[in-house]
Design a binder for this molecule. Structure first.
Ligand SMILES: [Zn+2]
Ligand SMILES: [Zn+2]
Length: 281
C-alpha cells in the first residue's frame, strides 16, 4: 500500500486543481493520499467530487506556525473542518498572507524589479497568493533563473531584502487547536535544512508533551542521516513516523507518491483521530 500524506493543490500554492491532484495520485500508484493545502480546507469538495475509484482521501492541511522567528509547518489530519476556532485562525493566516504578499511585491518594486501585483495575482489565479507565486513572477521576468532561486536573502527568502513576515500560530497552540478539533498533528519536514530551521530534539520533546502526534520522517528534502535520527527520536518520544511527497505540481516536478508513510503509521494516525474519517472513492 502506497500512502502519501503531504500534497498541495492550486487552492494553496500547488499548480494543479485538487481533482487533478487526486487523478495524479492514482496514476502514480498511490492508494491513500492526504490533501494538505496551507491553512485551508478549501480543496476538499473538489477533491472528493473527482475522487478516483479505489483511492482513499485523507482530509488535512498544513498550518503555518512560528517559534522565535523560525517558520514551522504543522500537518493536521482528520480534524472537524467545521471547528470554528481552527477555521477562524486559518482565515486570519490566509488574510494576512495576502497583505504580506502585497508588501513584498511593493519592496520588490522598490528594489527595481519589474514585478507587479497584477502579474502575481494572475499567476496565483484562484489560489491564496503566496511567495511561490512571487517567485514565479521573478523567474518569468528573468530576475532569477528559476523560482527556487528567489528564496534567498537577496530576494524573498526569510530575512531577505524583500521578505515580509506574517501572522502564524505558536506551534504548541496549533497542536492544541488541532487536538481540540478531534484531529492529529504531524510536524512537517523538521530537518529539511537549506533555509529552514532544523528543529532540535528538545523542542520535539516539548511538543510531544503538548500532544503532537507524529513527525514527518520521509520527505524529499530530508537526508537519510536526518531521517535515521528523526526515526530514533520519534521512537523515544512515542511519535508516529510519517511521510509524504510535499508535491506542489509542476513547482516541484510532479513528485506525488515519491515519499510515503508506512501502513502502520497511517493506521496509528487514523486510530487517534476523532474529528473526521478518510473517504474511499
Ligand atoms: Zn511545509
Ligand atoms: Zn507542504
Amino acid at each position: 500500500m502506497r500512502i502519501d500524506l503531504h500534497t498541495h493543490s492550486s487552492v494553496s500554492d500547488g499548480t494543479d486543481p485538487p481533482g487533478d491532484v487526486m487523478q495524479q495520485a492514482q496514476a502514480a500508484g498511490v492508494d491513500v493520499v492526504a490533501l494538505t493545502d496551507h491553512d485551508t480546507t478549501g480543496g476538499y469538495a473538489a477533491a472528493l467530487s473527482q475522487l478516483p475509484e479505489g483511492l482513499t482521501f485523507v482530509p488535512g492541511m498544513e498550518l503555518s506556525c512560528r517559534l522565535d522567528g523560525h517558520s514551522v509547518h504543522l500537518l493536521a489530519y482528520l480534524f472537524d473542518s467545521g471547528d470554528a476556532v481552527l477555521a477562524g485562525e486559518c482565515e486570519r493566516i490566509r488574510t494576512d498572507r495576502v497583505h504580506r504578499a502585497e508588501a513584498m511585491v511593493a519592496r520588490l518594486a522598490e528594489l527595481g524589479t519589474g514585478v507587479t501585483w497584477a502579474q502575481v495575482t494572475a499567476i496565483a489565479g484562484d489560489s491564496v497568493v503566496g511567495r511561490p507565486h512571487i517567485a514565479r513572477a521573478l523567474a518569468s521576468d528573468g530576475v532569477v533563473d528559476e523560482p527556487a532561486s528567489a528564496f534567498t536573502k537577496e530576494w524573498i527568502g526569510m530575512g531577505g531584502r524583500a521578505y515580509v513576515g506574517r501572522y502564524a500560530l505558536d506551534p504548541a497552540r496549533a497542536i492544541a487547536l488541532v487536538a481540540a478539533a478531534g484531529g492529529v498533528s504531524v510536524l512537517a519536514h523538521p530537518r529539511s535544512g537549506r533555509d529552514s530551521w532544523m528543529v532540535p530534539d528538545d523542542v520535539l520533546a516539548q511538543w510531544a508533551g503538548c500532544g503532537l502526534t507524529g513527525v514527518e520522517v520521509s520527505h524529499p528534502e530530508q537526508e537519510s542521516a536526518e531521517r535515521l535520527r528523526l526515526q530514533a527520536v520519534a521512537g523515544e518520544l512515542g511519535l508516529v513516523a510519517s511521510g509524504g511527497s510535499d508535491d506542489h505540481g509542476t513547482l516541484t516536478g510532479h513528485r506525488i507518491g515519491c515519499e510515503t508513510a508506512s501502513p502502520q503509521a497511517y493506521e496509528q494516525l487514523v486510530e487517534r483521530a476523532t474529528g473526521a474519517a478518510p473517504v474511499r472513492g
